[in-house]
Design a protein around this ligand. Structure first.
Ligand code: NAG
Ligand code: NAG
Length: 379
């Protein structure tokens, strides 16, 4: 009896420890119900080959990223022959060195939680690719950086191409060659991107002004995306660009210092934009030649939004920015069910909340977790 008691006690302690080291909070929005590696015992890979093995295998896992995993140079460098691209017409060709690893993201399997520890979790030189039917993945508190930032096709940080139930939370992306996030062309299903930082500061800018152009691209066919509490700064375009039969709900995000456009909503996409702050954003929403449908909440159409959605919608706030005006009610009347546990804050609270909570190293800190855009407070 005494033996059994102590066994039960130590098992309880073990699982309490496992929980504390795993994912913080729970998925909300369209991706609510996403559990990732669920209650698998959290474990720390020793090096990049073990990290790649654990990410790609078919075992449910909670993978702790407790240091920098550096893929740079691990497969040598190749020369890109720009001649094979028709981008530059008759301009002279050149060759250049780039890191081969960054071109293809790690093929993440289903039922994984990838969780940074404190502010130590960095994946350098390689992105994550979730494709071909992968389901139920959580990526939290990890900084993905340095994917050939000097070359436009250098690498994407997070790619979804045929997925469902994906929660990306408290992630930071910086210095990538191409997209910080991209979905498509297969359906991405239910996705939440929350409390994440898209840092566009770069010395290799396609817009030649130290701002990154290729930020967030939603090209999945049939995606339902909750995009909330994110910090998108020093970009110059595609923040985000959305097309192909999808719903995007962008609320309580903070856009700062964008020298080009934030939204470009193209045909077949429905975008609901509310309770965000746009500060120094040149063009909050691009006028596309084949536009999708957008409802961006203003004080004059808030009551329409409230009555169709049956809850209080939040007015966007714009300062030192261009205009944002779009009130296509079909967005509201066709809004899909299944976006659970969301709380939309008034825009007046958003800047402070986002600066305190978005990005890495901010899980469960004293920085106002109650204001963070999460369904439940981090444990
Ligand atoms: C993921 O977990 C679910 C639920 O346990 C299971 O049905 C499914 O087969 C798992 N997927 C893979 C690829 O192991
Ligand atoms: C905004 O971006 C411009 C252009 O890169 C830069 O000169 C300026 O200092 C930035 N402002 C802030 C507040 O970051």
């Amino acid at each position: 009896m005494a033996l059994r008691m102590s066994l039960v006690t130590s098992l309880t302690l073990l699982s309490a420890h496992a929980h504390a080291a795993g994912v913080s909070g729970t998925a909300f929005g369209f991706a609510s119900g996403t559990t990732g590696g669920s209650d698998a015992t959290p474990a720390t890979p020793s090096d990049i080959s073990q990290l790649s093995e654990w990410l790609t295998d078919s075992t449910p896992r909670v993978i702790l990223i407790d240091k920098e995993f550096n893929y740079l140079g691990s497969a040598g460098q190749n020369a890109i022959d720009l001649d094979s691209s028709d981008w530059c017409g008759d301009y002279p060709s050149t060759s250049c060195d780039y890191d081969k690893e960054a071109l293809n993201g790690i093929a993440v399997g289903s039922n994984k939680s990838i969780v940074g520890v404190g502010s130590a979790g960095v994946i350098r030189g390689k992105g994550l690719r979730l494709a071909n039917g992968v389901k139920n993945v959580i990526i939290q508190n990890v900084h993905i950086t340095e994917l050939n930032p000097q070359y436009i096709w250098g690498g994407d940080a997070i790619t979804l191409d045929g997925t469902d139930q994906i929660w990306i939370d408290h992630v930071k992306v910086s210095l990538v060659g191409r997209q910080m996030f991209v979905s498509g062309y297969e359906a991405s299903g239910k996705v939440t991107i929350s409390n994440s930082e898209f840092d566009g500061r770069t010395s290799w800018s396609a817009s030649c002004d130290d701002h990154h152009y290729w930020t967030v691209l939603g090209y999945g066919k049939d995606d339902q995306v909750t995009f909330a509490g994110n910090y998108i700064h020093h970009t110059s375009g595609r923040s985000p660009k959305l097309e192909f039969n999808s719903y995007w709900h962008a609320y309580n995000n903070y856009w700062h210092n964008n020298t080009g456009h934030a939204f470009d909503v193209v045909k077949e996409t429905k975008a609901l934009i509310e309770g965000n702050v746009f500060s120094e954003v040149n063009t909050p929403s691009e006028t596309d030649s084949s536009p999708g449908e957008t409802f961006a909440v203003t004080s004059s159409d808030k009551s329409t939004c409230d009555s169709i959605l049956g809850r209080a919608c939040a007015v966007n706030s714009l300062e030192s920015s261009g205009e944002l005006s779009a009130s296509d009610e079909s967005v509201l009347s066709s809004w899909p069910s299944g976006e659970s546990d969301i709380t939309v804050l008034d825009a007046s609270k958003v800047r402070a909340s986002v600066l305190a909570n978005a990005g890495v190293g901010k899980l469960g800190g004293s920085s106002g977790a109650s204001n963070a855009v999460t369904a439940s407070a981090p444990t």
